[in-house]
Ligand binder design. Structure first.
Ligand SMILES: [Fe+2]
Length: 337
């Protein structure tokens, strides 16, 4: 049939070709010759900072925060657009501004309409840690797990626990992800702790994931070189307390050169940064704040199995720039949260 059709096409038999298309006997898609097969497309979101029924937001101290209604509208629009394009959505924490019930409910009213299998999430300091007593951290961590239950994934591997973190997920096509909880009670700074660092080391060295492109998702700035928040040159607790151990584990993995890429994804600093230099061989994506209007809302990226990547498209959202961004360092020179 196909040989006859080809002959007819060569003879100018376009009418018959159209019939075959319409009948579904011929089907093909346009192939981009530059397309690499082993890739995964991700939408990266962070620092939504939903204020719920409150009118005051932490982000308003240093910038312009979106209202709850604006966050719900923008988030629904963003997901509606990108869930058709990407394989997974990764959210790097600070869903809420204070970890309050009404703030989770406002965010989840949008997320609960989505398939949780396509999401990977971790908590941020504003969800669990920015409160000056340990009990608050415990209460808020339980609340995070309750609201995110469908979006979290238990891992049945050494050093894992029923506490969700760290969790490991096979994403398919030669990609695997580890989700870490970097929040530290009573602090805006982060800490992974020995148990999670051991699990990270295991994830990067076990034969089970050898050769895969490994993705590390956490809230805090993985390298902590830039003491910049929301575009200000101000001190902010944007580092991991155990960043030396974390970076040593990453560098050791890169030096082993076992194939497959390594990508670290974090939020927290409210400033978009794509960094390939701090740890040669590793991609570090610092995701901008979705709840702020200072810059883009997200990063959309295609990762390739060999460690390379390309940004999918520019998505600015409702961006505004204010003088405060430029001159804020003179107003808040030593902001701590
Ligand atoms: Fe944060």
């Amino acid at each position: 049939m196909l040989c006859r059709s080809y002959a007819n096409i060569c003879d100018g038999g376009w009418t018959e070709l159209c019939v075959l298309f319409k009948s579904g006997l011929i089907n093909f898609r346009m192939v981009d010759v530059t397309e690499k097969i082993d890739s995964i497309k991700l939408l990266l979101i962070s620092d939504i900072h939903c204020v719920g029924s409150r009118t005051f937001a932490f982000s308003r101290i240093v910038g312009e925060a979106k209202s709850t209604e604006q966050i719900q509208k923008d988030l629904a629009e963003l997901l509606g657009r990108f869930l058709k394009i990407v394989d997974y959505v990764l959210i790097a924490g600070d869903f809420t501004d204070n970890g309050r019930t009404d703030q989770y409910e406002a965010v989840m009213s949008v997320l609960d309409r989505c398939d949780p299998e396509r999401f990977c999430v971790v908590p941020g300091n504003h969800d669990t840690a920015n409160f000056n007593n340990l009990e608050s951290w415990n209460v808020r961590m339980r609340r995070f797990k309750k609201y995110m239950r469908e979006f979290l994934h238990e891992t049945n591997t050494p050093e894992s626990s029923k506490e969700y973190f760290p969790y490991i997920r096979e994403l398919g096509r030669g990609f695997a992800l580890i989700g870490l909880d970097s929040t530290l009670a009573r602090s805006a700074m982060g800490q992974l702790g020995m148990r999670q660092l051991d699990m990270l080391r295991w994830f990067l060295t076990t034969a089970e994931y050898k050769g895969k492109h490994k993705i590390i998702l956490l809230h805090h700035d993985a390298t902590g070189n830039k003491k910049i928040f929301n575009g200000f040159e101000i001190y902010y607790g944007n580092v991991l307390k155990d960043k030396e151990e974390f970076v040593d584990i990453i560098k050791a993995h890169v030096e082993r050169n076992e194939g497959g890429g390594l990508t670290i994804i974090n939020g927290h600093t409210h400033l978009k940064l794509i960094d390939k230099k701090s740890i040669p061989g590793a991609n570090i994506f610092t995701v901008p704040s979705f709840g702020s209007r200072f810059e883009e809302d997200c990063i959309a990226v295609e990762l390739f199995q060999d460690g390379t990547f390309r940004e999918l498209e520019y998505y600015a959202g409702n961006v505004r720039t204010r003088l405060l961004k430029k001159y804020g360092k003179f107003v808040f020179p030593h902001t701590h949260t």
